[in-house]
Design a protein around this ligand. Structure first.
Ligand SMILES: Nc1ncnc2c1ncn2[C@@H]1O[C@H](COP(=O)(O)OP(=O)(O)O)[C@@H](O)[C@H]1O
Ligand SMILES: [Mg+2]
Length: 281
């Protein structure tokens, strides 16, 4: 069983059916790539995964770590470890990047630590479901108190250095006046700080020059670990030259037209999307 399972998902926007029975799986520790031409429905799938209210699920099911999340509100999904980076990130004047990140991190840590309460019991269940493999040295982000400021700044500095983001960005308003490349790096920084279990990255490569692309790809590769997986949404194959996918899905007209391994990327590069026919209904 995969950590994220999408089964026969049908999604409507303003009464129009956009996703027409999508099946897709992604797991922690792996990269699943979702490719497809413009307008195929890739971003819509990302929004539906995060529970955006305009994207109405009319049939099908999304399960994450074995739990049906199809009807959960976005904040509950985020707390469970799902993360979505947007194709077109918004500018948030008045909120500094540091403040935004700290708030986001702490909202995932807002349950009180207890050894006997509901949280403790859930945590124990989770541990035994994992075969007790959760690394004890890594604090569980869903438990505990707000991250101390010193620890937060230390981590933020470290990750910014890794992603070659200037320290001055800490105090700048989120995405305001950021160049395309800076916005994309800022998204990877969010992912590095939030440590999601499944990150959905929508067109993280679009508009990047080759140097920025390499920095972003390296950032993604470093963040991959047994507890973090990535669903990489992309129109172009070029980021997949740097981030190797374990599985590849090709979406066309709201359906997965083909799925397979990394070799599919080459096929798209050589022959284009037209070489893949949408399966008969
Ligand atoms: N908010 C919306 N309202 C109406 N139609 C939308 C909306 N968002 C997306 N669509 C339509 O859904 C289809 C899929 O779009 P999208 O998911 O953005 O595709 P992709 O990310 O693969 O380019 C397109 O036909 C698009 O016009
Ligand atoms: Mg899109």
């Amino acid at each position: 069983m995969s950590d994220l399972e999408i089964k026969n998902l049908h999604v409507e926007i303003e009464g129009k059916e956009i996703l027409k029975g999508v099946n897709l799986e992604a797991s922690k520790g792996e990269v699943a790539a979702l490719m497809g031409p413009n307008g195929a429905g890739k971003s819509s799938l990302g929004y539906a995964l995060m529970g955006h209210p305009n994207y109405k699920v009319t049939a099908g099911k999304i399960t994450f770590k074995g739990e049906d999340i199809t009807k959960l509100p976005p904040n509950e999904r985020a707390k469970k470890g799902l993360f979505l980076s947007f194709q077109y990130p918004s500018e948030v004047p008045g909120v500094s990047m540091a403040n935004f990140l700290r708030t986001a991190i702490n909202s995932r840590r807002d349950k009180k630590p207890t050894s006997t309460g509901v949280d403790g019991a859930q945590s124990q269940q989770r541990n035994s479901a994992n075969g007790g493999m959760r690394n004890r040295a890594q604090p569980d982000l869903r438990l505990g108190n707000p991250m101390p400021v010193g620890e937060f700044i230390k981590q933020l500095r470290e990750k910014m250095k890794m992603l070659k983001i200037d320290e001055s960005f800490m105090h700048r308003y989120l995405n305001e006046g950021f160049s395309g490349g800076e916005k994309k790096r800022a998204e990877i920084l969010q992912m590095a700080m939030l440590k999601p279990e499944m990150a959905v990255l929508d067109e993280t490569d679009s508009g990047l020059d080759v140097d920025s692309l390499k920095v972003v790809a390296e950032g993604i590769n470093r963040l991959l670990n047994p507890e973090t997986g990535v669903l990489l949404i992309t129109h172009y194959q070029r980021i997949l030259d740097y981030v190797k996918p374990n599985r590849v899905y090709i979406m066309m007209a709201g359906k997965i037209a083909k799925s397979g391994g990394a070799e599919l990327v080459q096929q798209i590069e050589n022959k284009g999307y037209e070489s893949i026919k949408v399966k008969a209904q």
